[in-house]
Design a protein around this ligand. Sequence first.
Ligand code: HEC
Length: 142
Amino acid sequence: MLAFTVSACGGSEEQAVVEQIVVREPGDPAPIPSVPADAPDLVAAGKSAFAMCSACHVAEAGEPSLAGPNLHGVVGRQAGVLGDFAYSEALATSQITWDEAQLDRFLADPAGTLPGTIMVAGAVGDAERRAAIIAYLTSLDE
Ligand code: HEC
């Protein structure tokens, strides 16, 4: 356990502590906060943020896939399994199961995470926005 004797970081001590305990490699997406089931604000924010995905993705159960696969129920689903969508080889053979962490990595940098993916847009640089979108997608699973 580290002792936090931070004195000259400019911010409040609390802030300094938070900065110290988050250990990440450069380029790693920020860890996503765990999403409480009743997070209506986050889900609502994710629903609006999903507008940037809906050019290519529907998320209603039973709807046919568009330029991208239907994302209803994607959280917890194996990657690349929808019968009505022609996935890239990269995604179809990725063996990914889309949990929150995998979605966060992929959305932060689709082509970097999965070279060869045909998802050429939709990267979300903002970690909170990714968390909101993932919360929204999770909320659709019920
Ligand atoms: C320009 C169109 C486009 C946009 C915009 C886009 N996607 Fe995609 N997405 C795709 C395509 C195409 C694939 C299939 C990728 C492949 O097969 O390599 C895909 C695949 C995915 C998958 C994997 C689904 C599966 O069945 O394995 C997820 C999850 C996903 N997208 C989420 C998102 C989210 C969330 C957004 C918005 C932040 C988004 N995408 C924006 C086109 C898009």
